[in-house]
Design a protein around this ligand. Structure first.
Ligand SMILES: Cc1cc2nc3c(=O)[nH]c(=O)nc-3n(C[C@H](O)[C@H](O)[C@H](O)COP(=O)(O)O)c2cc1C
Length: 288
């Protein structure tokens, strides 16, 4: 068993073990990848101010997020296709979050379904939804999250239109992977991943296939996604989503101080600030 001391160790293992199309999905961004690169370099610039002679005995990172006790004020962000990175990936991640005492956020675009994650965990998790056009599907999604006792709804508001992700196009990203000469060659080097995948029944988008209209065939998911996102999303629509959920709502992807104020005005209990706007929001948030 390799000794793992830092994220770079995990990344090396990850690259070795997981098919290229899924590695590239997580490790590259869209278009020129400017935001993706900024996300790393911005954090590199952060230095902590270190004070001395402060009593550090009995220190704790325990805190509260949207009214819930957490071991540290960090939540696992929603990550689509997690169950393709590792068989039953969302269940594994939710269990790890539960064990550690932080919230897990399940993506709409997960492989394991809401019901699946709920039946394999004890702690309530958060559920992330995209702002889709189909009211019927959205309401059903909210109801499924309620039935699964999700403790907060995370509404992603910065994806009205999908960015072009060059590597995903070149790799032919799909779940499960389509067999092409290139993908077969690559899969042949990922045998343990393949064997794990063969042992699970969770290989499709569990929240969508069999639930959304027009997606009885999972291979039509790409076109469904392109058609399902709502380019006309506005604050009235966000207010409507807010009214459909009677628990805590977190708006995810706020980039501008004006939008942060609007988010709170439409009843968001918390916001997730995207890093790209983080620098602008930094000072501004304290006045909100
Ligand atoms: C591979 C990958 C998949 C993601 N999938 C989703 C998703 O399904 N829904 C969503 O709201 N955000 C998604 N995100 C965005 C993350 O939730 C998060 O906001 C972003 O990665 C920034 O956080 P970080 O700096 O900790 O990576 C995804 C990000 C990555 C890298």
């Amino acid at each position: 068993m390799p000794v793992i001391t830092e994220i770079e160790d995990l990344k090396r293992l990850y690259k070795r073990r997981v098919p290229k199309m899924f590695y590239d999905y997580a490790e590259t961004g869209s278009w020129t990848q400017q935001t993706f690169n900024d996300n790393c370099s911005d954090f590199d610039e952060i230095r902590l101010r270190q004070r001395i002679a402060v009593d550090m005995a009995g220190r704790s990172t325990a805190s509260k997020m949207v009214g819930q006790d957490v071991a540290m004020p960090v939540a696992l962000a929603p990550v689509g296709l997690c169950g393709m990175q590792s068989a039953d990936g969302e269940i594994k991640a939710a269990r790890a979050a539960e064990k550690f005492g932080v919230p897990f956020t399940l993506s709409t675009m997960s492989i394991c379904s809401i019901e699946d994650v709920a039946s394999h965990t004890n702690a309530p998790f958060w559920f992330q939804v995209y702002t889709l056009k189909d009211d019927e599907f959205m309401k059903r999604l909210f109801a499924r999250a309620k039935d699964a006792k999700c403790s907060a709804l995370v509404i992603t508001v910065d994806l009205q239109i999908m960015g072009q992700r060059h590597k995903d196009l070149k790799n032919g990203l799909s779940a499960p992977p389509k067999l092409t000469p290139a993908s077969i060659l690559n899969l042949a080097t990922k045998v343990p991943w393949g064997l794990e995948m063969l042992q699970t029944k969770r290989r499709f988008f569990g929240n969508i296939v069999g639930h959304a209209k027009g997606v009885t065939d999972p291979t039509s998911l790409g076109s469904w996604t392109a058609e399902a996102f709502d380019p006309s999303l506005d604050w009235e629509r966000i207010k409507q989503f807010r009214s459909w959920w009677d628990g805590p709502v977190i708006l995810k992807g706020i980039l501008d101080p004006e939008d942060a104020k609007k988010a709170l005005a439409v009843g968001a209990d918390a916001i997730v600030v995207s890093n790209h706007g983080g620098r602008q929001l930094d000072g501004a948030l304290s006045s909100i």
